[in-house]
Write a protein that binds this ligand. Structure first.
Ligand code: PLP
Length: 392
């Protein structure tokens, strides 16, 4: 489908037209590990790069190819690679661009898995990762050097929705000709388009909003074809391919991305406003609140502010635990982005094991509750929070 159409239309149609066999409205699941050739000449055509031919599902699969086209269209990128998880997306892209002896700059906080991959696994592989505070992003200038291969940034961040200035990061990285990758998981392409702000790559945990139903694990890389082609080679050898059924679920979830996230933006805003006015709540983190210190920055690069809301209650972990245990509509579970609302305590989940100093740096406290607002009725979510807060 031509890219002139808007996101809600692309989410339904992009990528799908070429593969539909006669009469099928949806893309079939090519649930096969291997592909037959009619003759040796066809094998040779495949090896020469004929895109209509397939060899083996870790190397490529028609269902996966369709969801890749759709993701490239939604992010406005040249090409996309869909892999087995968000972590596979981060590691595949980073290992495509950086080798032993080379360096990466990453904003911090980032998702816990990304942080440990960069800090521990990459240290073992001889890739040095420098972390910078997005609030003091100009400090990155002193860290960029001839060995820097990637500037990685997540915005908004987990769990307390800090916003990094994508345009400023691009400006700084450009001076040293270093490519920029944005983890767009929290925002989704419905709310934020990093490539249009100058970033080179977008990565996603497709497990969250893109799939949207808490029933799959997937990851996405979007960027210039010349690099995604190299990333495919990394993925083939590291093995992080997605299976055809996972790709089908992602494809199915993506069709309702716009209506889901639209509702989640509304529910997120209502919940944040409700919590801000509640006397048992000491702090609310939501970039959509006009009183939030980062609202202007968020507004300059986001079209909506999403369904993730973090808040802090007075009385620390005991109070936060009471709230989480009393919620009836919000389910006590980690992860995010699905149609059902979830609540979790960051100190017991994403930030478990962090010492006091690390928690302080991440601005994560024992009284914090992180909400992922789903698509339920807004009034039921507010009433659920109201009754839960009565218990502290
Ligand atoms: C969940 C998440 C990831 C990791 O994705 P998986 O699909 O769990 O591997 C990376 N980044 C962010 C922001 C996430 O929320």
């Amino acid at each position: 489908m031509e890219r002139k159409y808007r996101l809600s239309t692309l989410a339904i149609h992009a990528g799908e037209e070429e593969f539909s066999p006669p009469g099928a409205v949806t893309t079939p699941i090519y649930q096969t590990s291997t592909f037959a050739f009619r003759n040796t000449a066809e094998v040779i055509e495949y090896q020469k790069g004929d895109p209509s031919k397939y060899l083996y599902t870790r190397y490529g699969n028609p269902t996966v190819a369709v969801v890749e086209k759709k993701m490239a269209a939604l992010e406005g990128g040249e090409a996309a690679l869909v892999v087995s998880s968000g972590m596979a997306a981060v590691s595949t892209l980073a290992l495509t661009l950086a080798s032993s002896g080379e360096e990466i700059i990453s904003t911090e906080p980032v998702y816990g898995g990304t942080f440990h991959l960069f800090k521990d696994t990459f240290a073992r592989l001889g890739i040095k990762v420098h972390f910078v505070d997005p609030g003091r992003i100009d400090e990155a200038k002193g860290l960029l050097n001839d060995n820097t291969r990637l500037f990685f940034c997540e915005t908004p961040t987990n769990p307390n929705l800090k916003v990094a200035d994508i345009r400023r990061i691009v400006e700084i990285a450009r001076e040293s000709e270093v490519p920029v990758a944005i983890d767009n998981t929290f925002a989704t392409p419905y709310n934020q388009s990093p490539l249009s702000l100058g970033a080179d790559f977008v990565v996603h945990s497709g497990t969250k909003y893109l799939g949207g139903h808490s029933d799959l694990v997937a990851g996405v890389i979007v960027g210039p074809k010349k690099v995604t082609d190299r990333a495919i080679e990394t993925m083939k050898m590291m093995g992080g391919c997605i299976d055809p059924f996972g790709a089908f679920l992602l494809l199915r979830g993506l069709k309702t991305l716009a209506v889901r996230v639209d509702r989640q933006n509304k529910n997120g805003m209502k919940v944040a406003e409700f919590l801000s006015a509640h006397d048992k709540v000491s702090r609310v983190f939501y970039p959509g609140l006009t009183g939030s210190a980062q609202h202007d920055l968020a507004k300059s690069q986001m079209r909506g502010f999403g369904g993730m809301v973090c808040f802090e209650v007075r009385g620390g972990l005991e109070s936060a635990g009471k709230v989480a245990d009393s919620l009836k509509v919000f389910i006590n579970a980690t992860s995010l982005g699905g149609v059902e609302s979830l609540a979790c305590l960051p100190v017991l989940t994403s930030h478990w094991g962090f010492d006091e100093e690390e928690l302080k740096r991440a601005d994560v406290t024992p009284g914090m509750v992180r909400l992922s607002c789903g698509i339920e009725d807004e009034q039921d979510l507010l009433e659920d929070l109201e009754q839960a807060l009565k218990n502290i």
